[in-house]
Design a protein around this ligand. Structure first.
Ligand code: LLP
Length: 387
């Protein structure tokens, strides 16, 4: 089964481009809304890093989500799309002064602080403006996620977060500062996680830490942010277009032992937008190699870097052809041997000019595009744009 594409509308567009199926995005957001409305005191912040296309952001905002930002640029994109500042959180190991100031000026909900020096600078910059910045501490929970090494974040060896053994000390420091207000803890163990056991391990760690902090510091933590990380089914984008948010929210909500009034925050990125997006390109040439044939596309690793960077699998479909299947290495035009979207891929017999869809590319696709080889950045179109 192939995806559903308004191919008759594609002729007017310059390939390669991203196509976002608004219906899938809305169905996904509807499920998030439905599942979270069953739970008390929950806020979902969409992780903008996955896709900051303005149309996509506006749709996500319509469903009432907040925004998780990791740069001043992302804060600007969130504000422009109409996200309310009191639902914006700002994370990242290296926040520049102008980015902190931007967050302060707009009164964002909180800064997720990753080190003592950063906490000191936020305190200083807030003091200069006569403000008090709300801060959560990002804790490195030392929980291993079963995913690609490049997208694991919650291990002692990773640069992210404050070491577990330092948390108590850093909270005490924050409490002594006049221009920051400590409001909670933040965690994130990695991305493309499909094993609910990994999230369960995180919840256990959070519970242990809550007990420890209550006993040692006699404090209650108002906000717990468990980050993002829910994975999607890259093998079957048609069969499983909407990730299992039911199981995800249920597992975490059930396992975290929340105290009265504690608010639970989530930061999904990939699971919100991956399946609605496809990279659409045209076949430039079909080339016979010594022992295989290549389908050479006009899209390359500059448009979608995930296969080259993480050896990530994306389903590839020839959406113009219904001819019998043949096997191709599907490659781009970039002068790099890693510019390969898939090896030994079965496609309907392919000819020059056919449209190829590279599926599940809505997350970390368009946003990670580069101009290497002086190529233009790909544009993104939603179903609504093409009506
Ligand atoms: N919160 C924090 C603190 C994060 O670092 C991330 C992702 C998220 C939330 C959202 O995670 P998600 O729900 O999307 O898994 N470029 C890589 C993924 C990098 C993820 C970085 N952090 C890829 O293409 O697979």
């Amino acid at each position: 089964m192939k995806g559903n594409f308004p191919i008759d509308k594609f002729g007017a567009l310059q390939t390669p481009f991203y196509y976002y199926d608004t219906h899938i995005l809305r169905q996904t957001l509807e499920l998030i809304r439905q599942e979270t409305s069953k739970m008390e005191s929950v806020v979902v912040h969409y992780a903008i890093k996955a896709n900051a296309n303005p149309q996509i952001l506006r749709t996500i905002r319509e469903y009432g989500l907040g925004a998780d930002c990791v740069s001043g640029g992302e804060i600007k994109a969130a504000l422009q799309a109409g996200f309310s500042p009191d639902k914006i959180v700002f994370a990242g190991v290296g926040k520049a002064d102008w980015e902190i100031n931007l967050g302060l000026e707009h009164g964002i909900f909180c800064f997720n602080v990753e080190s003592i020096p950063e906490l000191e600078i936020i305190n200083e910059l807030a003091a200069a403006k006569g403000l008090v910045a709300q801060v959560e501490l990002r804790v490195n929970p030392e929980v291993k996620a079963h995913t690609h090494a490049n997208i694991t974040t919650g291990l002692a060896e990773n640069k992210f977060g404050i070491a577990l053994s330092d948390v108590e000390h850093v909270i005490t420091l924050a409490q002594q500062m006049e221009h920051v207000k400590f409001i909670g803890l933040h965690f994130h163990i990695g991305s493309q996680i499909l094993d609910m056991g990994d999230f369960a391990a995180l919840c256990n760690r959070v519970n242990e830490l809550l007990v420890l902090l209550e006993q040692q510091l006699h404090i209650k933590i108002d906000n717990i942010n468990v980050g993002g990380g829910l994975g999607v089914d890259y093998q079957h984008p048609n069969r499983q277009a909407i990730p299992d948010f039911h199981e995800y929210f249920k597992t975490i909500n059930m396992l975290i032992r929340r105290r009265d009034g504690q608010v639970l925050h989530f930061e999904p990125g990939r699971s919100v937008v991956a399946q609605c997006g496809s990279l659409i390109s045209k076949v430039l040439y079909v080339k016979q190699g010594a022992n295989k044939q290549f389908a050479i596309l006009d899209a390359g690793m500059t448009d979608l870097i995930r296969p080259a960077l993480y050896q990530a699998y994306h389903k590839i479909e020839n959406i113009s052809s219904e001819l019998p299947l043949e096997t191709y290495d599907v490659v781009g035009p970039i002068c790099e041997s890693s510019d390969v979207f898939g090896k030994a891929v079965d496609l309907n017999k392919t000819n020059r000019g056919d449209y190829i869809a590279i599926r599940s590319a809505g997350a970390y696709g368009e946003i990670m595009a580069s101009q290497y080889n002086c190529r233009a950045l790909p544009k993104g179109y939603t179903t609504e744009d093409l009506l």
